[in-house]
Design a protein around this ligand. Structure first.
Ligand code: GLC
Length: 389
């Protein structure tokens, strides 16, 4: 129970460093709980929704038991410096995907999920092209990815200027419309939009409301139309007012592999030319977050510069699901086994060296338990998409 009497129940991403509730972590935790204790998964998701607002906003981070001042308080993307119970920023949206896995959503839960989808579309797609926008690099969850270096420059997540970026968002009242009209530090991110489309598809299945399928199709279409680079065979984020493609090969360039609505030829190219290519993404212990061919590929430990090459369990999870949806079960099994071997070798870690399986960052890290879902789980979700497509 929080001081004001609001009940909560969630799994901390790591008991030492990450004591708050993070949006996408909770969705991943719920997927893992669906294998052991679905009711705990439902509690975790309802806690996350309770941290949101009636208009459907869901925060990136919610502060329940621990003070927001704990550790890097000034850098949290809150409305002010004191008394906030959550950030004003968002994180890659996956709530309906997680709800579909734990099951048992009530009419109240579904009404909130629909409000949440409407909020994202209304507030985060100011140019109405079907792609939602992130204002801060960490809104994708890929905080320090090299793909954001050129876009954010001195305002990047791992630079001192990040505090200025947060301050600018505060002054603009976190209005994406205002910030997108006046500045260039914002991104239509491929991973975020892949998760958005996956969520809209899941929402259509959960509610039976075809409106959500139409929204998902619009996002999938926009990804192909605006982000797909036919020559490179990769999807690229679009940055700033000019929507400049960010031509770096990172795991998010492959993310649409998980979307059944994307043409099969495109998904095959992503798999054959990149994911299963030994010099690019095919590593023994999981899918690297940056192509091994990129000069910025740094898979080792760096506490302040994450997502620059290491394999995380969610990189494996999304790609295993994408391969299964393509019918490439043998390749999916090999990839899943590599990730499970990394867990066997190093435990549930924040991230892993994709070539050695060495564990880095936090220990007993929550979403590494997505490993539980690798053998079969996402296959079911993929099959569900195929049935209604
Ligand atoms: C790190 C990760 C982010 C995650 C958070 C909590 O900041 O980059 O993706 O949500 O930790 O685990």
């Amino acid at each position: 129970m929080r001081g004001d009497g609001t009940p909560f129940a969630f799994t901390c991403p790591s008991p030492r460093r990450y004591q708050h509730q993070w949006s996408w972590d909770s969705c991943f935790h719920a997927v893992a709980w669906s294998h052991i204790d679905p009711e705990r998964g439902r509690k975790e998701l309802r806690t996350l929704m309770r941290a949101g607002r009636p208009d459907g906003f869901v925060p990136h981070t919610a502060f329940w038991q621990a003070s927001p001042r704990w550790r890097r308080a000034p850098l949290y993307a809150t409305a002010s410096y004191r008394g906030d119970t959550a950030t004003e920023s968002i994180q890659t949206p996956l709530l309906p995907v997680a709800w579909e896995r734990v099951g048992g959503a009530t009419a109240t839960d579904l009404a909130f999920l629909e409000a949440h989808a409407r909020w994202l579309i209304r507030e985060r797609d100011p140019d109405r092209d079907g792609l939602i926008t992130i204002l801060l690099p960490d809104e994708s969850g890929l905080d320090d990815s090299p793909k954001y270096d050129a876009v954010y420059g001195r305002l990047a997540h791992w630079k001192p200027g990040y505090a200025r970026l947060v301050q600018r968002c505060r002054r603009a009242n976190w209005s994406a419309a205002a910030l997108c009209a006046a500045t260039d530090e914002h991104v239509e991110d491929v991973l975020v939009n892949t998760a958005h489309a996956l969520s809209l598809r899941a929402l259509a299945r959960l509610t039976g409301n075809p409106e959500w399928d139409a929204h998902a199709a619009r996002t999938e279409h926009a990804l192909v139309d605006k982000c797909w680079d036919e020559q490179r065979g990769l999807f690229f984020d679009l940055a700033g007012r000019a929507e400049d493609p960010v031509k770096l090969s990172t795991w998010s360039s492959l993310a649409p592999l998980a979307l059944i609505g994307i043409p099969r030829e495109i998904r095959e190219r992503l798999a054959n030319e990149h994911l299963l290519h030994p010099r690019r993404y095919l590593a023994r212990f999981g899918v690297p977050s940056v192509s091994m061919e990129e000069p910025s590929f740094r898979p080792g430990f760096n506490a302040y510069r994450t997502w620059r090459g290491a394999a995380w369990m969610n990189t494996n999870w999304l790609m295993v699901g994408g391969l299964r949806a393509l019918g490439a079960d043998d390749e999916a099994d090999t990839l899943a086994q590599g990730a499970l071997d990394a867990v066997q070798r190093s435990g549930f870690r924040e991230y892993y060296h994709p070539r050695t399986g060495a564990g880095h960052g936090e220990q007993r890290f929550g979403f590494a338990t997505l490993a539980l879902d690798l053998p079969a789980g996402f296959r079911a979700a993929g099959a569900g998409v195929a049935r209604t497509a």
